[in-house]
Design a protein around this ligand. Structure first.
Ligand SMILES: *[C@@H]1O[C@H](CO)[C@@H](O)[C@H](O)[C@H]1NC(C)=O
Ligand SMILES: *[C@@H]1O[C@H](CO)[C@@H](O)[C@H](O)[C@H]1NC(C)=O
Length: 156
C-alpha cells in the first residue's frame, strides 16, 4: 500500500515517462511519506544469438515482457561462471519503459543462482531485490539458453 502522495508520483513515473530533473527531485522529496512495496516478477529469459528478451511463458511465441541489455564476462577460475551486468528493459504495458539492473556472479551450472537487483528506473526507482535464475534448457553447441527468472523486488 502506498500513501496518496506517492500514488501520484509513481503514477506519473509509470509507463516509462521520462521525467525532468525537477520531477525526479520532487519524487525524492516525497519519499519520506512513501512505503516500500514488494513486487514479484516471473518470466523466461531467451538468451540466444539473435535475441535477448524475456517472455511470460517458456514458449518462443509467448508474450515478450522486455529486452535484456547486458554484457557477460568470465569471472571465475574455480568453476564455470559469468559476471552478469544486465539491464532488464520492460516493454509490456504495466512496466513499459521501466528498467531493473542485475549485477552479480552467475555460476550457470548450478540449479539455482541468486543475483542481486541493484537498482532500477521509472516505476522501479531505488529498487533492490533478488533475482533467482534456473536454467530450463541450454544448448552447448550454440550457447543458446532459456532461463526461468523469479524476481522479488522492493521499490516505492
Ligand atoms: C511503450 O512505450 C513506448 C514509448 O513511449 C510506446 O511507443 C509503446 O507503444 C509502448 N508499448 C506499450 C505496450 O504500451
Ligand atoms: C543445439 O543446436 C544445434 C544447432 O542448431 C542443433 O543441431 C542441436 O540439435 C541442438 N542440440 C540440442 C540438444 O537441442
Amino acid at each position: 500500500m502506498l500513501c496518496s502522495l506517492v500514488i501520484i508520483s509513481t503514477a506519473a513515473a509509470a509507463g516509462g515517462l521520462k521525467e525532468g530533473p525537477e520531477a525526479v527531485e520532487k519524487w525524492f522529496e516525497k519519499l519520506t511519506y512513501a512505503k516500500e512495496k514488494l513486487t514479484k516478477l516471473h518470466f523466461y529469459f531467451y538468451d540466444t544469438c539473435s535475441r535477448r528478451s524475456f517472455k511470460r511463458g517458456p514458449e518462443p511465441e509467448s508474450k515478450i515482457m522486455g529486452r535484456a541489455q547486458g554484457i557477460y564476462g568470465s569471472d571465475s577460475l574455480e568453476e564455470l561462471g559469468i559476471l552478469m551486468i544486465l539491464n532488464l528493459a520492460f516493454t509490456d504495458v504495466k512496466y513499459n519503459g521501466s528498467t531493473l539492473s542485475v549485477l552479480g556472479h552467475n555460476p550457470f551450472l548450478h540449479e539455482y543462482r541468486e543475483m542481486p537487483i541493484v537498482g532500477g528506473s521509472s516505476v522501479f526507482r531505488l529498487a533492490r531485490g533478488i533475482a533467482t535464475a534456473q536454467t530450463v534448457w541450454y544448448n552447448l553447441t550454440t550457447n543458446n539458453a532459456v532461463v526461468e527468472y523469479t524476481i522479488m523486488v522492493l521499490h516505492y
